[in-house]
Ligand binder design. Structure first.
Ligand SMILES: [Ca+2]
Ligand SMILES: [Ca+2]
Ligand SMILES: [Ca+2]
Length: 163
């Protein structure tokens, strides 16, 4: 199997690149064999975030979507995402991922949890996603659908080694 088929299911998220790179094929098949909750296509996601429908995602639209996603994952609303809370969210989004949710979460945290305390703060979350958005959007600070399909290089999304 290649990454293409799998990424089609999960590339709804900017951070999926990191997951694709850091998980073994077996884990990916296990995690994403049930696509129901992850079925939103990149186009659908883009349109959802592009709130004024002008065909580009501004920094403000990106930031609003990013905050909303953090709030959704932060089940107890305390502004922090311990690795288990993130894993629980993954499982909720895709029950088939349950056996590997914690592994996926730990892997993702290698790149998003900047201070390595096994919790992702709102600042860490925003900083990580802002870095990706700014790279994708380029100099004009507005992201088109085509730009959103590009793959950021390792200096933007590090490729952790995960098991
Ligand atoms: Ca827009
Ligand atoms: Ca929390
Ligand atoms: Ca942290």
């Amino acid at each position: 199997m290649g990454g293409t088929k799998v990424s089609g299911l999960i590339d709804r998220d900017l951070w999926s690149v990191a997951l694709i790179r850091c998980l073994s094929a077996v884990l990916l098949v296990l995690a994403f064999s049930s696509a129901t909750a992850w079925a939103e296509t990149r186009e659908q996601r883009f349109q959802r975030i592009d709130q004024n429908g002008d065909g580009v995602i501004s920094y403000e639209e990106h930031a609003a979507a990013d905050e909303a996603e953090f709030a959704k994952i932060d089940a107890n609303g305390d502004g922090m995402l311990p690795v288990q809370e993130y894993a629980d969210w993954l499982t909720k989004e895709n029950p088939a991922a349950k056996p590997v949710s914690l592994s996926i979460a730990r892997c993702f945290y290698k790149v998003v949890d900047a201070n390595g305390d096994a919790k992702v703060s709102r600042e860490e979350w925003r900083s990580y996603n802002d870095r990706i958005f700014k790279w994708l959007a380029g100099d004009d600070g507005r992201m088109t659908l085509d730009e959103s399909k590009r793959t950021p290089p390792p200096e933007i999304i590090p490729r952790p080694v995960c098991h």
